[in-house]
Design a protein around this ligand. Sequence first.
Ligand SMILES: NC(=O)NCCC[C@H](N)C(=O)O
Length: 339
Amino acid sequence: MNTDAAQHAAVPRGAPPEAPETGLFSLADLSVETVTRLAERSVELHRDRAAHDRPLAGATVGVLFTKPSTRTRTAFTVAAVRLGAVPVTYGPGDLQLSTGEAIEDTGRVFGGMLDGLVARTAGPLAELRRLSRSGHLPVVNAMATEEHPSQGLCDLATLRLCLGDDLRGLRLLYVGEGNNTAAALALALAGIPGCEATFACPPGYGLPDDLVSAAGKRAARNGAVIDRRDSAADLPSGVDVVYTTRWQTTGTSKPDAAWRERFRAFHVDEEFMTRRPGALLLHDLPAHRGDEVTGAVLDGPRSVAWTQASMKLSSAMAVLEWALGPQRRPGTYTGASAA
Ligand SMILES: NC(=O)NCCC[C@H](N)C(=O)O
């Protein structure tokens, strides 16, 4: 028997203690400067996808999507590969999480093997924070109930690409469901000096109070305004951008059987756009043509939705570089440096 007591004592025992969370959870956690820098970097990487020196070389990144995803999953997987990492992908039902293993236990195991995790659960954001704290690893929120921060960064980057770096005084009108995408967009816009953003959603389907309050405080510091409306009447016509998303948000259902009737007035068609000359159309996709937007608008000359979709890749690269790059990567958990 090996009786080297010092060696035995070095082997960690018991559950590892928690560490401070790292990664991207909500744009509200980031300074306006960091949000701006990430959007700027997304544009740079969109223009030149090779403008990096593989900062994730040697890293292994978990990509966990328990809900459907076309753009975000592809973007983060390809971004990880382009930045030099090896992605390990998990779909719904792949992890013991689906058989009842605790979030913390999952985090601890991930932390011993992965350098970071990108996760879409469309569940509570708090779960992603717990994964990071228990696993000592950076976690990127690829869409939780409350917010879709990487979409907000992509949208800000798309606005910079289309309208220039100086977005001061931007006027944006959002119509539809006050979902995770709208929440991230409100927080992103709140950092633009002089921005006037109106979020018009049917009664009962608007942005939640806590989000409006957080975005409003951020906006006030930057001379911006985040205005929540629950009527489609008298919406601003002098706007630079119209933004809409599909009405059936991932992981949600509407108890009201007549919900579609309540949304009808909040759809974007040619007439809506004609009353807003010069406005661009953004849409996070997937689209349901005929519901929130007509095909003629989505595929027409004022839509930048397809450029916006392609910028999911460069914004995912910017996020991974920032959240998992060598300067942030804590290294896998060995138990030796639990403090
Ligand atoms: N761009 C995306 O990530 N699209 C998928 C999600 C769209 C929308 N926010 C939803 O929750 O269903």
